[in-house]
Design a binder for this molecule. Sequence first.
Ligand SMILES: NC(=O)CC[C@H](N)C(=O)O
Length: 229
Amino acid sequence: MKAAVIVFPASNCDRDLKVALAQAMGRDPDMVWHGDSELPETDLIAIPGGFSYGDYLRAGAMAANSPIMREVVKKAQAGTPVLAICNGFQIATETGMLPGALLRNAGQKFVCRDVDLLITARNERFVGGFEQGEVVRFPVAHHDGNYYADEETLHELEGEGQVAFKYASAEGELTDAANPNGSLNNIAGIYNKAGNVLGLMPHPERLISEELGGTDGKRFFDHLVNSIV
Ligand SMILES: NC(=O)CC[C@H](N)C(=O)O
C-alpha cells in the first residue's frame, strides 16, 4: 500500500502522521509539497494538522487553493480515501470536500487535551477496527474546531450516518462538558456522502504507543491500512 501526506507551509503534524502511517504500513508515505501539481500514485491521501499559511484569512482557506489540492479533490471525487486531520479537516471543508465549517472555539481559547470520542457511524474502512458505540481517546489541539453546519446539512449528516465521531464523556454520554469547542451536536468528525473522505479535529497520530500515553490511534491506523491493502 502507498500513502501520500500533503505538506503545506506551517503544517506541524505532517511528520507525526508520517510516523503513524509508516508504523502501520511498514514503509514511509510520500511527502507531497503543496506547490506540486501532481500526486504520486497512492491508495490513501492524508492531510495533516498545523497552521497552513499561518491560518491567515481563515484556517485552511489558503491551503484549500494551493495547486496540490486541485489534484486531491479530483482523486477524492474518483474514490481515493482521504484522511483529513485537524487543519486537514479545516482545509477539506474549505475545498468543499466536506460540508460545514470549523469556527473559532466557543470558549475563544486554544484547547489542547485528550478527549473521549464516541464512534457514531459504521464505516468499515475508517473505523471498522472499533465497535460502533465504543469510546476512544485522541488528543485535540486547536483554536478553530467548533463544527458548524446549517440545520438541513446537520440533519442529513446525522440521517445518512455521516457523523463519524462525537465528543462524549468516558461513558459515551454526549454532554456539554465533554464538548471542548462548542461543536454542534458534539460533532468531532464527519464523512462525505460517498464515505471515502473522513475529516476529524482530534489527532489519532498522537496516540500511537504506550510511551505517548495510549494506543487508540495505533488501532485506528492499523485498521485503516489493513482495510486499504
Ligand atoms: N493542530 C492543528 O491542526 C491546529 C489547527 C488549526 N490551525 C487551529 O488551531 O484551529
